[in-house]
Structures are given as structure tokens and as C-alpha cells.
Design a protein around this ligand. Structure first.
Ligand code: TYD
Length: 136
């Protein structure tokens, strides 16, 4: 799942750094929604769901955390500690976010508007859906 880690190109000079993300250029979907997670607590993990069709790009723009991706067959943990690293989270991927540092902020770019019906919040239902897809 290493293709899920995207290195974003930064424009850096003596004043600092800048990263631009543009629809369908360095992100493989059109962005319909942007949100961010902040005030995160080290002992309060988040995520624990997959999406039926939503795609997301997640960037730890401040601080650090661990991001776990699980496609129902294998699992990989990414340590995010740089605004130049982005996680591409495709549909039907279970995600967990853990070990937030006190200043962690996660920026999320999403391919669609918020829709609770797109969530799979039960891990066993997720595994059944992955199996169903692979039987098609
Ligand atoms: P959720 O996606 O479960 O958070 P996380 O994966 O970070 O643990 O969302 C938490 C709550 O916020 C849930 O009640 C749904 C709501 N929510 C919205 O109303 N709009 C949004 O765009 C998002 C992402 C969540």
C-alpha cells in the first residue's frame, strides 16, 4: 500500500514553504469538501470506519500521528510528521488514526460532501463488503 503515501512538492525559499494541491493534478479526484481535525488527544484515536465510495487525501499539516490503512487483506501504518506527506485513502479502506501529538492538525480533502450513508462503521460489515467485491 506504499502507493497510498504521496510526497507533495513544496515550494521553499528563505521565507518558508508552500504546497499547492490542485484538482486531478497532484490529487486523483475532484475535491468537494475540505475539513480538518484539531484539539486531538494522544489517547483518543479516531477513524475506525471505511467509506463505500468516498476518496480522501489526508495531510498532517502540524504535529504528528500514526495513520493505519487496512484494505481487508493487509494493514500498513504510516507515521505522519511532515506537511509534505499525504495519505491517499481510497474507498473500501478501513482507517484508524492514533498517537496524536499535542499540536496535531489533520487536513482532509474529500471527493464528496458529507454523507453518513457512505460510512461503514462496523469492521465485520467492512470485511464482508471487501469479500463481496473480490468475488465480483
Ligand atoms: P467522523 O468522520 O466519524 O470522524 P473521525 O473519522 O475523524 O473519527 O466524524 C465525526 C462526526 O462528525 C460524525 O458525527 C460525523 C460528523 N461529520 C460531519 O458532520 N461532517 C463531516 O464532513 C465529517 C467528516 C464528519
Amino acid at each position: 500500500m506504499n502507493r497510498n503515501l504521496i510526497e507533495l512538492k513544496d515550494i521553499t525559499d528563505e521565507r518558508g514553504s508552500l504546497i499547492a494541491i490542485e484538482n486531478l493534478k497532484n490529487i486523483p479526484f475532484e475535491i468537494k469538501r475540505v475539513y480538518y481535525l484539531f484539539n486531538l488527544e494522544n489517547d483518543k484515536p479516531r477513524g475506525f470506519h471505511a467509506h463505500k465510495s468516498l476518496k480522501q487525501l489526508i495531510i498532517c499539516i502540524s504535529g504528528e500521528c500514526d495513520f493505519i490503512l487496512n484494505n481487508g487483506v493487509s494493514e500498513q501504518t504510516f507515521h505522519l510528521n511532515s506537511p509534505t506527506q499525504a495519505i491517499l485513502c481510497e474507498s473500501l479502506v478501513w482507517r484508524e488514526m492514533i498517537n496524536f501529538s499535542s499540536n496535531a492538525i489533520l487536513l482532509v480533502l474529500a471527493s464528496d460532501f458529507y454523507n453518513e450513508d457512505d460510512y461503514i462503521r462496523d469492521y465485520n460489515v467492512f470485511l464482508d463488503m471487501v469479500k463481496g467485491e473480490s468475488n465480483d
